[in-house]
Design a protein around this ligand. Structure first.
Ligand SMILES: [Zn+2]
Length: 102
């Protein structure tokens, strides 16, 4: 993913964290990246941790990469789900696997 795209998602993920902190946990929304991260980590909730995980992947420049096949996840998929870790084909493969396991 290009660095300007990473920057865009960084802003989107931080925005989502602030939104969750304020609407779900009633936290006076902090200013600044580190403040938001500190506030989010102090809650230790799965939804916030997922977003923090995405932020770390943005920092490493591997955000938007499928964790299984390492192909790029389409940007529209990421926009719909900021914490997506799988590309559509791995997502489908996972679903098929869990369907047969049932
Ligand atoms: Zn994949």
């Amino acid at each position: 993913m290009k660095s300007e795209e990473l920057k865009k998602f960084d802003v989107l993920v931080l925005g989502r964290m602030r939104e969750i902190l304020s609407t779900k946990y009633n936290v006076a929304v902090p200013e600044g990246r580190q403040e938001i991260l500190d506030a989010a980590s102090s809650f230790d909730r799965p939804d916030l941790n997922e977003l923090a995980f995405s932020l770390r992947r943005i920092e490493k420049g591997i955000y938007g990469q499928c964790v299984i096949c390492r192909h790029d996840i389409p940007v529209d998929v990421l926009e719909a789900n900021l914490t997506a870790r799988l590309c559509p084909s791995c997502q489908t493969a996972m679903h098929e696997k869990s369907d047969t396991a049932r």
